[in-house]
Design a binder for this molecule. Structure first.
Ligand SMILES: [Zn+2]
Length: 139
């Protein structure tokens, strides 16, 4: 699901008067009132959980700085190199550390931390300016 489609999904959920956000760990999607989410939207949300979660974290300061750091490494043309939130600090894989920013990993994360995971999707989808409060446009 693209950035625009994911934004549209969240917008249609919010238009029903449902409040939707990520939990503090950036790991789960929370919404209320729980029972108001129609089955069809619930299925869409469940099917695109990672993208929706990334978007719900787009204004999170821990995600915002990572999106900016990653975006700076994406060339205007050609193939995208491996992106790291803190490339200057990083010297190869370290035990129980994020492979992108070097922060400690929690038990649910294997290679990159959740802020890096969300930031990577946002950066690659062109959502680099979402932290400023407006959606990015590529033109
Ligand atoms: Zn990280």
């Amino acid at each position: 699901m693209s950035l625009q489609e994911t934004m549209a999904l969240l917008a249609s959920i919010r238009s029903l008067g449902i409040e939707i956000r990520a939990d503090d760990a950036r790991e789960h999607i929370l919404w209320r009132p729980r029972q108001m989410l129609p089955q069809e939207l619930y299925r869409k949300l469940a099917g695109h959980r990672a993208e929706a979660l990334a978007l719900l974290c787009a204004h999170d300061p821990e995600v915002v700085w990572r999106v900016h750091a990653l975006r700076m490494q994406i060339p205007p043309k050609g193939s995208i190199p491996p992106l790291q939130a803190r490339p200057y600090l990083f010297q190869g894989a370290r035990y129980k550390r994020c492979g992108s920013c070097g922060d400690p990993l929690t038990t649910v994360q294997q290679y990159v931390c959740l802020p890096c995971q969300h930031a990577l999707w946002l950066a690659l989808e062109g959502a680099g300016d979402l932290g400023g409060g407006k959606a990015a446009t590529n033109d």
